[in-house]
Write a protein that binds this ligand. Structure first.
Ligand code: ARG
Length: 462
């Protein structure tokens, strides 16, 4: 492909080191789409005739069919997907194949291919996220007004609706989808026409080329265009954050499925056993989801590190962009449907969650009771803190302290104080939008449903 100025062949290990075909072959469809669009522009630029273009398109169709059927016969000399397609096209279409690369470089070609490929990956990730969100939302609908101990610092804090907790994991994925859609906008920008660095000398219509490939805009600077991988960093950053969100959901599920909590029972289909201990049922689905965040974060770090300090325009280092990108996309392609399935099939034990609620979680409500009766919050906090300490000293629950003790602690405590010791009441008191009262959670659920109904699909590059 480039041997003209060389007198010696490439070292065998160097050839292996240099070759990206083993991993970039998966961009065959994008590479062929890009070449077809380029061939059409070569007619426009007067480089080839319409007949020659037809011959190129027919040949590229055949190459595409070979890849699609898994029958593409690679050769050792195929350095990357671009040279492989061109080599095979030459075998099929003859010498006209030698005209396809006119005015183009692998530098603008590969940048175009990755962008096209990534637009597909973004769309798959969006689908996957949507499925996880739908599973969380369905569980929230099923949960009704069941109560769950809400934890801060992993210490019992306040009662919340199970549905509220489930939806707390819905919104991070919504933000992930918004970030992906935003990243897709900057991905759907066309590098083709930038040549190696200076731009093509041919009179191609780059806007038409962009439209042909489903891109929304053309890259404004050829030097930047051949080395810009920001879109890939953005995708990897989205993927890393998705990994973090999955890992936090997973951590809750792992803890809640332990015998000590027992709030949730995972389906057998998303659990595995121990080869040694017959009684074990392990939450491997969620443990792996938690663990996958490590590689997703690693993929982002890998690409950032490759890019840092690169001189202008294309450098071969950029070939290292693809494996982290593919790895992250592959990881999401598998992790998101597993997360959706594991959430959808989990069974929440309302009885166990209810039993884990304890009166001390209503201490804030007692303070609120005093505040309603004109006591400054700081004073109320101190008074109730003393009562909690006393209950602890006596080894009884807060509600079990005699009403007289409350009255002695503060005269604002009246006979109706015991009404405060009601977990459902505590939740129902928190009615502002975003809070845990049943009506507020219903409104939140409606908002979540609207997010899933609106099809703001990212550009697909077709
Ligand atoms: N396989 C290369 C890559 O992935 C294609 C671009 C090669 N360009 C070059 N000037 N050698 O980056």
């Amino acid at each position: 492909m480039w041997g003209g100025r060389f007198s010696e062949g490439i070292d065998a290990l160097m050839a292996r080191f240099n070759s990206s075909f083993p991993f970039d072959r998966r961009m065959w469809d994008e590479d062929i789409r890009g070449s077809m669009a380029w061939a059409r522009q070569l007619v426009h630029a007067g480089v080839i005739t319409a007949d020659e273009c037809d011959a190129l398109l027919a040949g590229l169709d055949t190459v595409r069919a070979e890849f699609a059927a898994g029958q593409f016969a690679a050769q050792d000399t195929d350095e990357d997907i671009h040279t492989a397609v061109e080599r095979r096209l030459g075998e099929i279409a003859g010498s006209v194949a030698g005209k396809l690369h006119t005015g183009r470089s692998r530098n603008d070609q590969v940048a175009t291919d990755i962008r096209l490929w990534m637009l597909g990956a973004v769309q798959r990730a969006d689908h996957g996220l949507r499925a996880v969100q739908a599973a969380l939302l369905n569980q929230a609908e099923v949960a009704g007004n069941a109560l769950l101990p809400g934890y801060t610092h992993l210490q019992r804090a306040q009662p919340v609706l199970l549905a509220h907790w489930l939806l707390s994991h819905f919104w991070p994925f919504q933000r992930d989808r918004e970030r992906l859609a935003d990243c897709a906008k900057r991905t759907a920008v066309l590098p083709l026409g930038s040549g190696a660095i200076a731009g093509t000398p041919l009179a191609v219509d780059r806007a038409a080329l962009a439209a042909d490939l489903g891109m929304a805009a053309i890259a404004p600077n050829s030097i930047d265009a051949v080395s810009d991988r920001d879109f890939a960093v953005e995708f990897l950053s989205c993927a890393a954050l998705i990994g973090v969100h999955l890992s936090r959901l997973a951590e809750d599920m792992v803890i809640y499925s332990s015998a000590e909590f027992g709030f949730v029972v995972l389906a057998d289909a998303y659990s595995t056993g121990s080869s040694l201990m017959p009684q074990k049922k392990n939450p491997d689905s969620f443990e792996l989801l938690r663990g996958k965040s490590g590689r997703l974060i690693g993929d982002l770090m890998a690409l950032l590190t490759v890019l840092k300090g690169l001189p202008s325009a294309y450098d071969k280092d950029l070939q290292e962009d693809k494996e982290p990108l593919f790895d992250a996309a592959d990881t999401l392609d598998l992790a998101l449907p597993v997360a959706a399935g594991a959430v959808a099939t989990a069974r929440f034990r309302h009885d166990r969650m209810r039993a884990a609620l304890d009166d001390a979680m209503l201490a804030t409500d007692v303070a609120d009771y005093l505040v309603e009766r004109g006591v400054p919050f700081r004073e109320a906090h101190r008074v109730v803190g003393g009562l909690v300490r006393e209950a602890e000293r006596r080894g009884v629950s807060l509600a079990a302290l005699p009403v007289d003790m409350f009255r002695a602690a503060h005269p604002a405590c009246a006979d109706d104080l015991p009404h405060v010791f009601d977990f459902a009441r505590s939740a129902a008191m928190r009615r502002v939008p975003g809070a845990t009262a049943p009506e507020a959670v219903q409104a939140q659920m409606a908002q979540a449903r609207r997010c899933l109904a609106s099809h703001e699909a990212p550009a697909d590059g077709r």
